[in-house]
Design a protein around this ligand. Sequence first.
Ligand SMILES: [Zn+2]
Length: 203
Amino acid sequence: MKESKKSDSDDDWVLPGDKIAVIEEFLPDETCYEQDGGIYSKIFGRVVTDTKRHKITVIPKNPHRSIKNGDLGIGRVEFMKKQIASINIYYLNQENLMIPISAILHVSEASRRFVKNMYEVARPGDWIRFRIIRAAKPVYVSLIGDGLGVVISYCIQCGHELKFKRRNTLECPNCDTIQPRITSKYFGKPLIRNLRPSRNETR
Ligand SMILES: [Zn+2]
């Protein structure tokens, strides 16, 4: 097992899912998990151990960088209620965050026009482009502004990726349903599609 040190050798870097220790040696903290007697990293970062206290942790490559009001980000809708949606921010100012930051979107920040409820805005699993309007926790985002809104979306009936039909209206090429979303002008654009983290490919 590596001792804690501040070298830049590649050995120190681990990816999510990498085995970093065995359970007899260390107690995992919130950056790692135990499985079948092994300790595995949850994040991309550097392993640091404290052998005296039997502690092990992974320091993220990008620790929570500072968020500022007005920053632009891309994230995924995790769950929603009528008035609010919970978002995981994966990109901030085009930088890939190793640990997503959770944020809230309120229906009043979905569009300049009146939107009755969140189900007209986005659905869980959709990717949205937004602006940070409250950088302190809890972080709040807004879809009001140029180029903001849903950029990747999935059918609520069959899960197929939706195609753009017209502004704020998407169509499922698989089951032909028409579904409302607040769409960004970047909806389905290659630039946005390439930003999608690989964990989403299994959807
Ligand atoms: Zn469908």
